[in-house]
Design a protein around this ligand. Structure first.
Ligand code: ADP
Ligand code: MG
Length: 263
């Protein structure tokens, strides 16, 4: 007598319940061991599927976001950056501002953790189900300028208009090329009140007229950006230099105690 073929794995495949299918025997054994009711067993199977899909969604979202590296809020040393309020950053990590389509500006000198926080907050946004794209400002402006010269600007604006959160890193690090301010203005207008922008910059908002090379366009951009916005200004020393100072590679600054002299 041939053993009856179990139709269940095939049905689970047809229903695209892959995690349930792959873990079926183990989960059913587990349910039997724990004397679970039929309803509880079904919940256990569904939970395996839901968890698997959630993990896959997050993994895909992280890939699409194109983060330059992995940085997390847990890995951020708040003690090293006393000008930051940890509660404010944790509050921002709940991503209500992303849900509302607000702008977040992270401002401060080089090395204070702007990109670190931008990536960490972007990852939280992905985890919470938002689509995210991270772009370095220079790359973004080069792409927009090239698209403009090839009469494909509209396509690019649609592309950058899609993610729920667009992170533009290091705006103002290099001065804008002529025309770039207009292109950036079009991008900001496109996203205005539709999706969130997170911008990191080493220049204060007051300097943006100089950065953009056009005070009129800079004012129009800021008008939109600051309308529904959160501004976090980080003051203090570069984290990288701080690490070097600690290890004695370079001299401490006058306002930071020399670790070598501390008891
Ligand atoms: P910025 O974008 O402001 O120039 P980064 O975010 O690139 O600075 O930070 C430089 C490096 O120092 C990164 O590797 C970052 O992870 C690290 N870093 C900066 N600040 C902190 C901090 N407070 N805690 C932990 N790592 C930090
Ligand atoms: Mg940076």
């Amino acid at each position: 007598m041939s053993a009856a073929i179990d139709p269940l794995p095939d049905m689970l495949t047809r229903l695209s319940l892959k995690a349930m299918r792959d873990r079926l025997d183990g989960l059913l054994d587990d349910a039997a061991r724990r004397n679970l009711s039929l309803r509880e067993t079904l919940a256990l199977l569904c939970e395996a599927e839901v968890t698997h899909r959630e993990q896959r969604r997050i993994q895909m979202g992280m890939g699409l976001a194109k983060f330059p590296f992995v940085r997390t809020l847990d890995g951020f040393e708040f003690d090293a950056q006393p000008s930051l309020d940890p509660r404010q950053i944790r509050d921002l990590a709940a991503c209500r501002w992303v849900a509302n389509g607000d702008t977040l500006l992270l401002l401060g000198p080089p090395g204070v953790g702007k990109t670190h926080l931008a990536v960490a907050l972007g990852r939280e946004a992905v985890r919470l189900g938002h689509s995210v794209l991270f772009v370095p400002a220079t790359g973004l402006l080069t792409t927009l300028a090239r698209a403009h010269s090839e009469a494909r600007l509209e396509d690019r604006l649609v592309f950058y208009g899609k993610p729920r959160l667009l992170i533009v890193d290091e705006l103002g690090y290099l001065p804008f090329e002529p025309d770039a301010a207009h292109l950036f203005f079009q991008l900001v207008s496109r996203r205005y009140e539709r999706g969130s922008l997170l911008i990191t910059s080493n220049r204060s908002v007051g300097d943006w007229g100089t950065v953009f090379g056009d005070p009129v366009v800079a004012t129009a951009i800021l008008d939109r950006l600051l309308h529904h916005s959160h501004v976090v200004t980080i003051r203090g020393d570069s984290y990288r230099l701080r690490e070097k100072r600690r290890s004695g590679l370079i001299k401490p600054t006058s306002h930071e105690p020399d670790p070598a002299k501390q008891v």
